[in-house]
Design a protein around this ligand. Structure first.
Ligand SMILES: [Zn+2]
Length: 119
């Protein structure tokens, strides 16, 4: 082995997208890819510490980011179901200020879901 950087086993964390097994790939072993979904991290200007460190860092950061996004999407989807019911009830009892607040919240939830879907 002429390349000392690969003489020790490397711990790669599971893929942040699918939990799949990653591997070091490329002719120069210069990127990490998921063997399940083909997600990759290469050695570029954004990853000066190298693809392995970048993969492992991204795994933790992106898993947290995706979990947060999934929670927010869940809240927004629940709001799309619950708010129309709440608005109808408020309208029925004549609480117009509550109706306005509910409609504003509904518009926010729709915008949040649309924005994320277009990303
Ligand atoms: Zn994957």
């Amino acid at each position: 082995m002429t390349d000392p950087k690969h003489t020790e086993p490397v711990d790669l964390l599971p893929c942040p997208f699918c939990g799949g097994e990653p591997r070091i790939a490329g002719m120069a072993e210069d990127y990490v890819e998921c063997t399940e979904c083909d997600a990759t991290v290469g050695l570029d200007g954004n990853n000066p510490e190298g693809p392995i460190a970048a993969w492992n860092t991204r795994t933790a950061a992106e898993a947290a980011s995706r979990a947060r996004e999934a929670r927010l999407r869940g809240v927004a989807k629940d709001a799309l179901v619950a708010l129309p019911v709440m608005i109808a009830l408020l309208r029925k009892v004549g609480l117009t200020s509550g109706v306005e607040v509910g409609e504003a919240m509904l518009a926010s939830a729709r915008a949040a879901l649309t924005k994320r879907a277009n990303k």
